[in-house]
Structures are given as structure tokens and as C-alpha cells.
Design a protein. Structure first.
Length: 202
């Protein structure tokens, strides 16, 4: 942690303020809400970060650090790392949603039944609900990450939505055939029709 050197007017960027902002950024708060959290303006927060970036560029050029700017350099570095970590976690959740790998939800069902003595018995059952692949998450992620391909045209999004929907339907059909014991590529109706025509020929 950088030592705060007060030269001229004292800075409002104390260690406590820095820690609160970094913690908020790590939870996904935007710049405006972070500034509100510590009772400063968004403009003030942007100025602190800008000073940190300027000092970072100076250091990249091999220049000696300016002691009074060190606190802003450390602060900007911590904020940038916290934002990167949050983005990584968020993308991980979206990726799991796309693949249907989200943790199962616990569903609790309570049923009341008469106990024969004028009272009621409460039965509780618990089931786990797994997630299916989410094409909505896929579309939104692609539109945000690759706007030049998926975000510029509503028709592109519509086509992608239809394609993914058709794919999920086909996957469900194949899974149903596998469970029923039908050969891949043969629908139940097709198998039944073939058997009927064979009987007519015989």
C-alpha cells in the first residue's frame, strides 16, 4: 500500500476510501455508484484514475516515480485488476449458462394431507433442477463481445436465434430417440410407416 504524502491540499483518496471503491468495483458497481458510495463526484473519481494512468505511462517510459502520484498509480492499478476479475467471473457465469452448466437449483415442495385425527400432515420433497443450454445468453454475449458481427443487424440476431433454437430441438429429438432405443436418424413416425408398408407388401 502506498504511503500517502500530503503536499499542498490533502487528497480525499485515503486508504479507507480506496479500499471501499476497490471492493465495490470487485462486486460489479459502476464508476458513478462507486463515487456515490464514498461521497465524491464521478468527476473526482475519474481524475484519480487519470492521474494513476499518467503515472503508469511515465513509469513505462523508464522515468522515476513521482512520490505524490504513487497513491494514484496504486489505486488505478487495483481498480483495473478488480474490474478484470469481475469481468472474468461474469463471463464464466455466462459461459456456464450457454453450456447449461449452472449449479442445479434445489426445489422444495410441501404437501398437506389429513392425518385422520382432524389435523394435517405436511410432507416435504426435495428435487434438483438442472439447467438447459441457454441460447438467450449466447445471443446477448455474442452481441456484446462481437457487435460488428452480431450486434449491428437485427436480422443477424434473428437468424442466430432461429439457428440455435433449431439446434436445441434437434438435440432434444436425438436424446429422445436414444432413450427410446431408436437408431439415430430414424424418427418414430418413420419407423412405424416403414413397418406398415412392409406388412402391405407381404
Amino acid at each position: 500500500m502506498a504511503r500517502i504524502v500530503q503536499i499542498g491540499r490533502p487528497t480525499k483518496l485515503t486508504e479507507e476510501v480506496a479500499n471501499r471503491i476497490v471492493a465495490a468495483v470487485a462486486r460489479g458497481l459502476n464508476r458513478q455508484r462507486c463515487a456515490d458510495l464514498v461521497s465524491i463526484s464521478e468527476r473526482q473519481l475519474k481524475e484519480w484514475l487519470a492521474r494513476g494512468r499518467r503515472e503508469s505511462k511515465r513509469l513505462d517510459l523508464g522515468k522515476k516515480p513521482i512520490e505524490r502520484e504513487t497513491i494514484y498509480f496504486d489505486f488505478e492499478t487495483r481498480v483495473r485488476e478488480a474490474e478484470g476479475q469481475y469481468h472474468l467471473q461474469a463471463v464464466g457465469v455466462v459461459s456456464d449458462a450457454i453450456a447449461g452448466n449452472l449449479p442445479p437449483r434445489k426445489l422444495i415442495k410441501r404437501t398437506e394431507k389429513p392425518d385422520g385425527n382432524g389435523g394435517k400432515l405436511v410432507e416435504t420433497s426435495t428435487t434438483l433442477e438442472t439447467s438447459a443450454p441457454c441460447w438467450q445468453a449466447a445471443i446477448r454475449f455474442l452481441a456484446a463481445k462481437y457487435p460488428e458481427i452480431y450486434g449491428s443487424s437485427k436480422n443477424q440476431i434473428k437468424d442466430l436465434k432461429a439457428m440455435i433454437s433449431d439446434l436445441l430441438v434437434r438435440i432434444a429429438q436425438l436424446e429422445g430417440q436414444r432413450v427410446a432405443g431408436n437408431p439415430p436418424g430414424v424418427e418414430r413416425g418413420e419407423k412405424k410407416t416403414k413397418s406398415t408398408s412392409d406388412r402391405k407388401q407381404t
